[in-house]
Design a protein around this ligand. Structure first.
Ligand code: AMP
Length: 402
């Protein structure tokens, strides 16, 4: 089955085109600067050859037309006609309390997704734009929504509730939802596959460390806790998001700085995290360079804070699950930064976590067990692959519909 996987942001569309039966990625690329000056499509063929198309990509519909156009073009295409696309899988950030798994997109589903736009105003509206765009360009194609929140549906109520008036949970759905679910699910299953263990028999902690960061406690194959909450700002320290903070500090800052909710949201989502602490960058590579090559104090501090917060969550999740068998690192930082993995795992021998530095050092973007032979907990690096997970889920749903 040939499946187009789409991830729509407010001004971008990322895509990958899979032929799942043959385990091939036939094409991939990105449309950027939608609705802005200088919009373009960067397309990569299966051979690795890249092509750039500049043009007036005014909206997501035109973006989708560009993508399908290049995919089916004689010169750069990989299909004879659009009939060869069997289904489209969309990354959708928020599935609210309603969707515990991926779903075939119907008119009713679209109504529900519109409703969840209130809960994820930055993410769901662009995701919906992609769905509408595909619907208008290739109307009869089955479309599937794969949610970032769905994997965390198994969190028990005492975990997902905030200790605020219960009426607010009922009225507005204020609770912890968790995000990055597709990634946590993929890397935990893949880790178990590599180790040859049954996911239903092990306790796993996955650390997705990229620009967005989150940790997840996965007990016997189910997410039982995760660090992001009502929005993706809770939990670990991120590139530009603060992660956990006393809400008393939030209201205090708002009072002192005389800012409203919009500005406060921008402050904690866009100007905090690693960027906020260092004042230099949200990119861990630049921070590491400034810290270790120039001895920048604030960069050194940011690195310590980043690692410490993750360590704290690992301890908490090991306690929550009553043990730990596998610890997985993924995301741009988790996959590539041996220093972060070392910093996080330092002094966790009491939990059975012992990294083998000979394997860890210099390891980038590769599936590997990085713990010592005798380490009670298997520590692993597993590059994430959310697009593949979306393609697999899409195939599954479309197959079951037949
Ligand atoms: P992601 O959001 O998963 O693409 O991850 C982005 C983060 O990964 C950024 O902070 C990058 O600095 C970091 N990253 C990417 N490649 C490397 C690398 N080779 N070494 C260290 N960090 C990296």
């Amino acid at each position: 089955m040939k499946i187009l996987v789409i991830n729509c942001g407010s001004s971008s569309i990322k895509y990958q085109f899979y032929s799942l039966g043959e385990s091939r990625i036939l094409a991939k690329g990105i449309v950027e600067k939608i609705g802005m000056k200088g919009s373009f499509l960067k397309h990569e063929k299966e051979s690795g050859q890249k092509v750039l198309f500049e043009g007036e990509i005014l909206d997501h519909k035109i973006g989708i037309e560009y993508i399908l156009g290049v995919m089916s073009s004689v010169k750069h295409g990989c299909i004879g006609s659009l009939d060869e696309v069997n289904a489209v899988g969309h990354r959708v950030v928020h599935g609210g309390e309603e969707f515990s798994e991926s779903v075939l997109i119907t008119d009713e589903v679209i109504v529900a997704l519109e409703k969840f736009s209130e809960l994820a105003p930055l993410h769901n509206p662009p995701n919906l734009k992609g769905i509408y765009a595909v619907k208008s360009v290739i109307p009869d194609i089955p479309q599937v929504a794969v949610f970032d929140t769905a994997f965390h549906h198994t969190m028990p109520q005492h975990v997902f509730m905030y200790a605020i008036p219960y009426a607010l949970y009922k009225k507005y759905g204020i609770r912890r939802y968790g995000f990055h679910g597709t990634s946590h699910k993929y890397v935990s299953n893949r880790a178990c596959e590599i180790l040859g263990v049954n996911p239903k028999e092990v306790k796993v902690i996955t650390c997705h460390l990229g620009n967005g960061t989150s940790a997840c406690a996965i007990k016997y194959g189910e997410s039982v806790d995760t660090s992001m909450g009502f929005t993706p700002v809770e939990g670990l320290i991120m590139g530009t998001r603060s992660g956990d903070i006393d809400m008393g500090a939030v209201t205090y800052i708002m009072d002192k700085e005389r800012i409203g909710t919009k500005s406060a949201s921008i402050l904690f989502n866009k100007h905090s995290g690693l960027l906020g602490i260092t004042g230099i960058s949200s990119d861990s590579r630049e921070i590491r360079a400034a810290a270790f090559e120039k001895g920048d104090e604030r960069c050194l501090l940011a690195i310590k804070m980043f690692d410490y917060r993750i360590k704290k969550y690992i301890g908490a999740y090991a306690a929550a699950m009553g043990g730990l068998d596998v610890l997985v690192f993924t995301g741009g930082i988790g996959e590539n930064s041996d220093i972060t993995r070392t910093g996080v795992c330092e002094n966790l021998e009491f939990l059975g976590i012992e990294i083998d530095q000979q394997i860890n050092e210099g390891l980038r973007g590769e599936e590997r067990v990085i713990s010592k032979e005798g380490s009670r907990v298997k520590v692993m690096v597993v590059p994430t692959n959310e697009e593949l997970m979306i393609a697999i889920d899409t195939q599954h749903i479309v197959d079951n519909k037949k």
